[in-house]
Design a protein around this ligand. Sequence first.
Ligand code: ASP
Ligand code: MG
Length: 460
Amino acid sequence: MIVMKFGGSSVADGARIRHVAEIVKTQMNLKPSLVLSAMGDTTDHLLEAGDLALNKGKVEIAGVEKLHFAAIKTLKLPAQSEVKILFSELTRLLSGIALIRELTPRTKDYLVSFGERLSVRIASAYLKSIKMNAKAFDAFDLGFLTNSNYGHAELAKESWDLIPEKILPLIKGNVLPVITGFIAKDEKGCITTLGRGGSDLTATMIAAACKAQEIQVWKDVDGILTADPRIVKNAKPVESVSYEEASELAYYGAQVLHPRAMLPCMKTGTPVLVKNSYNIEAPGTRIGPPAEVKNTHQAKSDSGALRAKKRNQPPVRAITSRRNITLVDIVSTRMLGQYGFLAEVFSTFARHSISVDMVATSEVSVSLTLDAGYDLGEVKKELGKIASIDIKTGKAIVSIIGNVKRSSEILAKAFRICQLIGVQVQMISQGASKVNISFIVNDTEAAETVKALHLDFFAA
Ligand code: ASP
Ligand code: MG
């Protein structure tokens, strides 16, 4: 069994859905389960419709309707009663929001769930029309149970047993399940979502729980790239990365996979293949356990020439940046050697539910980064009793993901480049995961820094 996941742009319209069917057909011998995102930008459009209902009291879903009915037409499907029912439910929901002018996180999850619920029904109707034994499923009917953390719910332990109990009999019965990504339900039976881009996690969870042999994540890029192609035009796909590297990349702005998507596969060692549905021929990126990644790099059977090429391989897999970061410098006003200072700093942030990302410390001071947008007034007041605090906004994290065993070489090169282009490095940290070296620069300098580093590390 394998799991094939197709993202929004891979199912953006009727023609793309037809193309997905072609890809799936070639893999039927591997007994696939499909996981689909909402069509195109439907999730965004549903959120916009929610805002419009909330703020203006208007119910407006013509665009979303048009996209889905056009696909039904392109695919030459008969009238889809289930799709019509979903649209009338969606209209009622938006009318409700417009009426009471309230949109809670729980209702928001219910609202965006329509995207995936619609896409799987249309795709499976098409697959059936071309004589494939497809059936549409909502993931919450196949064991996807979460906590009630609406907007970014976490899967419950029980799902590890529930999912295979539901899915394996379908696979045995030669059914091609077409499953909603992104959505689940909590214990109360309310719809939840796994966070934006969460369909990746749906797919990896199914594959890991069902012990599938592989997950294929079909995107609109040639795999995980060495840098953001919007910044670096000649960014190249990376052949293979470890789960750790992939999750660091996802968090630090590579936007290729959901940051939490690697967790289930890490437990089971299930390999993930990232492929481009717009360019099937491209080999894509393989994500696997570190040993497997290492083996492909150091296989004994490699020819001499290949070995030499690999020796010359850059120590870096990819360079990313995450913008809109706030840097907080906290210097203790107590005596040197005081204990409990760091504990107090971090518990203050935790009490205010502020997620701290990068950290660097010295005996009496700590610098840390946060995403912009938190209100830091209270934190500043509380920490002000034990430290002086300096908050600097408009920063970016530049991350180098790679072989940290060669960190001296990476750091030497990186800092020489920063010096050459006149960029001041304001904080540095080497991640405990041992695959990530990150540093802070001004937001306005981030793109230039990534470009220059990419040129240097990946030249030749
Ligand atoms: N449709 C959801 C989103 O756009 C989930 C996904 O695509 O993975 O975030
Ligand atoms: Mg999407």
